[in-house]
Ligand binder design. Structure first.
Ligand code: PEP
Ligand code: MN
Length: 353
């Protein structure tokens, strides 16, 4: 169920409706839009008892949302969600393309800094490095953990890049939320419902990768889990699904982009690295993803991919990232977007002191 407020409804009226929803025993999710605020209702087992919601001041109408995902749906919020990063001009969603780049794993301070420097020079706004790695083999490199989080915090201080990194479980979620700007939930955890709920209690954006065989509905329900707990800053990431195809690690399903955008207001970015598993396929698929309407690209970059401790074969060289940025800059305007080069960070009081 969804309460649509009138365009001229006041903040007090919105609050009064939220209180009335809480009194009925449900949870209210006010989602302000450009024209009006909509208030999603969750927590009901069956049909929502409408009470006198329709009669409250400022209410335009009360409507049923028939889709299983509600807060992620365009029925609840018509315009695209734009996620902002306080103190910077970086965004995810909206007209500016977000480029999220970095090594699969942070392997050492030297490695991470060498790559970050070139990523910043290429003009990306986000650095992504793995601190906790979900590896198929327990004997493979598992990540540097907290040390990697600290190295990436230094990278943010030095280059301004905002930090994206994966949390594997409840324990690492809190650490990642403390040190990073965006919490990634990996493909294998897309249906780890307890982890999604815990991510919903954070007040940090959450990037959810599509599960290896997830349908569109399952993908959006993962976002719904996070949103149902009150965290509305969710970014979806297409990273390829399993098919019979044997020329690539996965099959990058770019057709999910218009499908997501039709039914959801959430940003969707594309990961052509895991999506193909092959360095030479990354650039063409990144171009195609932007042409298909993606809000950004998440890409693995390594200065010495032959020596990488994980995912070397799909990591592009820094000069290939620079080329990718040039190409995306040209393609973006065709689909009403633009590539933002570099990140502007406001001076903090500490910097001024
Ligand atoms: C990763 O992003 O490095 C990763 C392991 O991705 P995925 O969860 O998509 O396999
Ligand atoms: Mn990887």
């Amino acid at each position: 169920m969804l309460v649509v407020m009138k365009a001229q409804a006041t903040q007090e009226q919105v609050q009064a409706v939220c209180d009335a929803i809480a009194q009925l025993g449900y949870r209210a999710h006010p989602l302000p839009g450009a024209q009006r605020t909509a208030i999603g209702i969750t927590g009901n087992k069956g049909a929502v008892e409408r009470g006198n919601l329709e009669a409250l001041p400022g209410v335009a109408e009360v409507i049923r949302v028939s889709k299983p995902y509600k807060l992620a749906s365009r029925d609840v919020k018509e315009e695209d969600t734009i996620i902002r990063f306080p103190g910077t001009d970086a965004t995810m969603g909206g007209d500016g393309l977000a480029v999220i780049a970095g090594p699969c794993s942070v392997e050492s301070r030297e490695q991470a800094f060498a790559i970050a420097e070139q990523i910043a020079a290429a003009g990306a706004q986000f650095f992504r490095g793995g601190a906790y790695k979900p590896r198929t083999s327990p004997y493979a490199f598992q990540g540097l953990g907290l040390d990697a989080l600290k190295i990436m915090a230094e990278i943010r201080d030095k280059f301004g890049l905002r930090i994206v990194t994966e949390a594997l479980d409840g324990e690492t979620l809190n650490l990642v939320a403390e040190w990073a700007d965006v919490v990634q939930i990996g493909a294998r955890n897309m249906q780890n419902f307890s982890l999604l709920k815990r991510a919903g209690c954070l007040r940090k954006p959450v990037l959810i990768k599509r599960g290896l065989s997830a349908t569109l509905e399952e993908f959006l329900m993962a976002a719904e889990y996070v949103m149902s707990e009150g965290n509305y800053e969710v970014i979806l990431c297409e990273r390829g699904v399993r098919t019979f195809s044997d020329h690539a690690r996965n099959t990058l399903d770019l057709s999910v982009i218009p499908a997501v955008r039709r039914v959801s207001h959430l940003p969707i970015v594309v990961d052509p690295s895991h999506g193909t598993g092959r360095r030479e396929s990354v650039l063409p698929m990144a171009r195609a993803a932007v042409a298909a309407g993606a809000h950004g690209i998440l890409v693995e970059v390594h200065h010495q991919p032959d020596k990488a401790l994980s995912d070397g074969p799909q990591s592009i060289y820094p000069d290939q990232l620079a080329r990718m940025m040039d190409d995306l800059e040209q393609i973006a305007p065709v689909v009403g977007r633009h590539l933002v080069r570099g990140i502007r960070v406001e001076a903090t009081t500490a910097d001024n002191a």
